[in-house]
Design a protein around this ligand. Structure first.
Ligand code: EPZ
Length: 417
């Protein structure tokens, strides 16, 4: 299995271009199920998770072609409504085929996605939303079965904002009979990206990006060509790495409007940010100030950036309180940072007190999930000595060629067997 080796202490300098967003591409690709024709997605990142959902769609009968970050999906050949366990277990986001399959074919069987390292990841709101649209939901030997001759528009109220829940139900409601309103909907940019794609396919949606999304069902949708938005979490990851190494990096091809929560917190640590129309320059301050963080649904501070900030706070001046308020087990990276000499104490599961120290010491560490692996890369960049990170397949799920991008910024980083 691959590992990443980093000799720490280099300040990052130069410029890096952000790839398309994994969490925008996944629901977009799932939406091609709704269309009896060939849809085309550009600026798709070359990632394990994209390969996984492509495999799943091909297993359902769709034909796909991926080259030069462009993915075409022809949904006209879909002849199967069952998403197999072997494919779903590789990637929880496979649940995103449930809504489109029921909407177009009136029937779907999707393996219940298991939990993952960061939490139980239930899908109860996805299922209760489909029931509200008239689907009959049952469980059958680990599979969710959803049936509906015709989905009927309705009001759907989410107990808490759910990103893929909002996406799944948006994709179901666009072909329902009549109108639907999703209340307490997630407001992430990836939701807006999906809504714009569905509107280009002929759907009638208003309010995406706000907590109330209104949808008027239509008979059918037609193929479209969609450009995937840049990955705001990749952009944030490079912003934190630049500040933590006291470097000077220009992050190109990002959308500053999507990363207000990150910009706000990074400025508070003492970094200097020059914000352009589609780029941000980050210069690390000599002193990294400690800050408190609470993860929240968008536009709050994103949970997907918590691990990266924790790595940086290990060498801040003072103590930082990090409250992970979205997932119940998203501090696994803290144990690995402790191995590198960090001073972190965790109380009642979702509060981490990070007491700043002068320098981390390199050590062999293990990635546990996608964003934890990014946290360990940042830790390796600022630690004294050579850090080796194992289980980097977690990173390959969500970061396109990350070690090449970091080495182009002057990091001493390489992938080893
Ligand atoms: C999406 O996951 C992202 N994944 C996650 O990114 C991200 O961390 C998360 O949103 C939060 O921003 C994709 O978009 C593919 P949620 P999702 O439903 O949709 C609870 C990454 O690193 N909940 O918004 O699964 C849930 O347990 C990944 O790229 C229910 O209780 O997250 C969590 O506590 C990690 N019942 C909260 O809601 C449900 O039916 C928010 O989860 C659904 C969710």
């Amino acid at each position: 299995m691959d590992k990443i080796q980093i000799n720490g202490g280099k300040r990052l300098r130069g410029e890096v271009t952000i790839s398309g967003a994994k969490n925008a591409a996944l629901p977009l690709i799932a939406s091609s199920i709704l269309v009896n024709g060939k849809s085309r997605f550009t600026n798709v990142p070359k990632l394990m998770d994209i390969a996984s959902i492509q495999m799943l769609l091909e297993d359902l009968g769709a034909s796909c072609n991926f080259e030069n970050n462009t993915l075409t999906v022809d949904g006209s050949g879909i002849n199967k409504i069952e998403a197999e366990y072997e494919l779903v277990r590789k990637m929880r986001a496979s649940i995103l085929v449930l809504g489109p399959l029921v909407a177009r074919f009136g029937h779907a069987k999707v393996s219940m996605p298991g939990g993952c390292a960061i939490g139980a990841r239930p899908v109860n709101m996805h299922l209760s939303g489909l029931e509200a649209l008239g689907a009959e939901i049952s469980m059958d030997h680990g599979y969710i079965e959803a049936k509906a001759d015709q989905l009927i528009g309705n009001e759907i109220y989410f107990d808490i904002p759910t990103v893929t829940g909002t996406e799944n139900l948006m994709m179901a409601a666009v072909l329902a009979k009549g109108s639907s309103v999703l209340r307490n909907a997630a407001r992430e940019p990836e939701i807006v990206c999906l809504a714009n794609a569905l509107i280009q396919m002929g759907a009638k949606i208003s309010g995406a990006g706000t907590a109330i999304i209104s949808i008027e069902g239509v008979e059918k949708l037609h193929p479209a060509q969609i450009n995937v938005i840049p990955d705001r979490i990749e952009a944030g990851t490079f912003m934190v790495a630049a500040a933590a190494t006291r470097g000077d990096v220009l992050i190109k091809g990002c959308i500053p409007d999507h990363i207000g929560g990150i910009i706000n917190k990074l400025k508070a640590t003492g970094a200097t940010l020059d914000i352009g129309e589609n780029q941000i320059r980050v210069q690390g301050g000599d002193i990294i100030k400690s800050i408190d963080i609470k993860t929240q649904p968008y536009p709050g501070f994103p949970t997907d950036m918590q691990a990266q900030f924790m790595a940086m706070m290990t060498i801040a001046k003072g103590n930082s309180m990090i409250h992970e308020a979205i997932f119940e087990n998203r501090f696994i990276h803290a144990n690995e940072l402790l191995r590198m000499g960090a001073d972190i104490s965790i109380s009642n599961g979702n509060y981490a007190m990070v007491r700043g120290i002068d320098r981390l010491q390199a050590a062999p560490v293990m990635a546990s999930d996608l964003r934890a692996s990014a946290s360990l890369v940042i830790a390796g960049l600022i630690a004294q000595g050579t850090t080796v990170i194992s289980r980097v397949y977690h990173m390959d799920r969500g970061y396109e060629g990350i070690e090449k991008k970091f080495s182009s910024l002057g990091a001493d980083i390489q992938r080893i067997q």
